[in-house]
Design a protein. Structure first.
Ligand SMILES: Cc1cc2nc3c(=O)[nH]c(=O)nc-3n(C[C@H](O)[C@H](O)[C@H](O)COP(=O)(O)O)c2cc1C
Length: 304
């Protein structure tokens, strides 16, 4: 079940995607999530808009692996400062979300939740130090904080790579073309992700694009996937298609809302146990035994 991610050993290939504002789910917020990740020996990606700050998490002195999510904010000083804070706190990688040049606002959110989200964002201990100074929270927040037009550019990736010695991962890749460009820009990993379907309706499901991306760049960088992973067999299929690990978003929030740290731990345990069972039933004793042969041979048959 153990897996090496960017040269570091973790307990299972099931990790935690960045999701904002964990205090909407539980008062202990990312503290609870981080403790659960540490107990399960897996990776937590902290959202830039986390309720608890990077420093709150560092103060826990958990030995687990933390990665920090950043955006290319319009004020690049914020991006740089957050990277420096993550480095100082001993985080192990920088993850850049590349699929949020503007906020893919949902109508329901506009109607019901916008004010709650805005109020809660103002309490983000992670963004707090920039708000009112470098960042303004207003009607367009957080979209207005992103670059004005197309979000991150490939020059931004080069800039981030020169600024930090930590591995850089791009989150939000769904095409082979972008995956190849990511490899050409020497990032260490990509997360095949469509932001959990929350940005743009009609984008491909990540599981459908995963194998083409792995075939194109899997020998140059590590490929991870998130989106809709809900069972151990979902994990098995993603690994069989070539993902080095999967990340989960909503299930962690559900666990957190139900029972804080214990709830998140339960979610991770359930997925780990289901993966273990699925591996046993498919004759895989190690993660490295999981290969594409496990999946349907339909395409091959149709060519006969
Ligand atoms: C409530 C919520 C908040 C999220 N916040 C962020 C965020 O701050 N940054 C980011 O890159 N992705 C964010 N995401 C997307 C997740 O990182 C991830 O891509 C997605 O949730 C994976 O799909 P899943 O929820 O089906 O597992 C968020 C998702 C949810 C559901």
């Amino acid at each position: 079940m153990v897996t090496d991610i960017l040269g570091q050993r973790i307990g299972m290939p099931i990790c935690i995607s960045p999701t904002a504002l964990h205090n909407l789910a539980h008062p202990e917020a990312e503290i609870a999530t981080c403790k659960a990740a540490a107990e399960m020996n897996t990776i937590l990606i902290m959202s830039a808009a986390s309720s608890k700050s990077i420093e709150d998490i560092a103060a826990l002195r958990q030995t687990s692996i933390k990665w920090q999510l950043v955006y290319t904010w319009r004020d690049r000083g914020v991006t740089k400062d957050m990277i420096r804070r993550a480095e100082k706190a001993g985080f192990k990688a920088i993850v850049l979300s590349v699929d949020l040049p503007v906020l893919g606002v949902k109508r329901r959110l506009l109607k019901d939740g916008r004010q709650t989200i805005l109020r809660t964002l103002q309490q983000s201990r992670n963004l707090y130090k920039y708000i009112g100074k470098d960042l303004q929270i207003g009607e367009g927040f957080p979209a207005e904080l992103m670059t004005s037009s197309a979000g991150s550019t490939w020059e931004d990736i080069t800039w981030i790579k020169t600024m930090t010695t930590l591995p850089v991962i791009l989150k939000g890749i769904v095409t082979v073309e972008d995956a190849v460009l990511a490899a050409e820009h020497n990032v260490q990993g990509i997360i095949v992700s469509n932001h959990g379907g929350r940005q743009l309706d009609g984008v491909p499901a990540t599981i459908d694009v995963l194998s083409d991306i792995v075939d194109a760049v899997g020998d140059k960088l590590e490929v991870y996937v998130d989106g809709g992973i809900r069972t151990g067999t979902d994990v098995l299929k993603a690994l069989a298609l070539g993902a080095r690990a999967v990340f989960i978003g909503r299930p962690v929030l559900y666990g957190l809302a139900c029972d804080g740290e214990e709830g998140v731990k339960s979610v991770l345990q359930i997925l780990r146990d289901e993966l273990r069972r699925a591996m046993a039933l498919t004759g895989c004793s190690r993660i490295s035994d999981i290969s594409r042969d496990l999946l349907s041979q339909r395409d091959r048959w149709s060519k006969l």
